[in-house]
Write a protein that binds this ligand. Structure first.
Ligand code: CA
Ligand code: CA
Length: 204
């Protein structure tokens, strides 16, 4: 019973002692220093990484595994997301045909167009259709062999923005003559000219 009473008698003194102890070692708030939510003077925590700007994403890669593609007669839209960004588009050309590739900037004020072969190696490029007048790009291309090439789009220097390449087939393959045609020769002049006309007809 005495233990119980001694405990009751001493309890208020222990509470006062703890209160004094905490007050003595509590870090005082600097006068005039604004308190920021989540960054109080007693927390000492660093800012979380969520406050950092996210890395810019890219829509098309700059390699032969790109998901970008375009067909003659088609139009696609892309974005040069960063100063060093380069977007590739796969395209299948047919040998003996000619193509006109136009690259028009939308918000990208000065695009550059490059054609690469099936391995991604450089073939030809164009910066401006007319320097200081028309900064869009244009290439005329007649492949020697059929196959897949790549259109490489980037911005001049560090320019970024959206763009739109389009491909047009500008010449059609020459149709073969129909078999079974006949050539009639009516020679009314001197007979000595007849073999000449006959030779010409046989050559046709
Ligand atoms: Ca891009
Ligand atoms: Ca240009």
């Amino acid at each position: 019973m005495s233990q119980s009473c001694a405990s009751n008698d001493l309890f208020p003194l222990q509470r006062i002692h703890r209160r004094i102890h905490r007050t003595r070692f509590r870090r005082p708030t600097a006068p005039g220093r604004p308190t920021t939510p989540g960054r109080g003077p007693t927390t000492g925590r660093r800012p979380t990484t969520s406050s950092l700007a996210p890395a810019p994403s890219d829509d098309f890669s700059a390699d032969i595994g790109t998901t970008g593609s375009i067909v003659p007669g088609g139009v696609v839209t892309g974005v040069v997301n960063a100063p060093a960004d380069s977007d590739w588009f796969a395209i299948t050309f047919q040998a003996g045909r000619s193509y006109t590739i136009n690259l028009n900037g939308i918000s990208l004020s000065d695009p550059i167009l490059t054609i690469r072969d099936s391995r991604g190696s450089f073939l030809v490029d164009n910066d401006d259709i007319n320097p200081n007048v028309n900064l869009n790009s244009q290439l005329q291309f007649t492949p020697n062999a059929s196959g897949t090439c790549f259109l490489d789009v980037r911005g001049f220097r560090s320019l970024t923005g959206s763009y739109q390449p389009q491909v047009e087939e500008t010449t059609q393959s020459t149709p073969l003559p129909q078999a079974g045609f006949q050539i009639d020769i009516d020679c009314t002049g001197e007979p000595r000219y007849l073999p000449i006309f006959q030779a010409a007809a046989a050559r046709w």
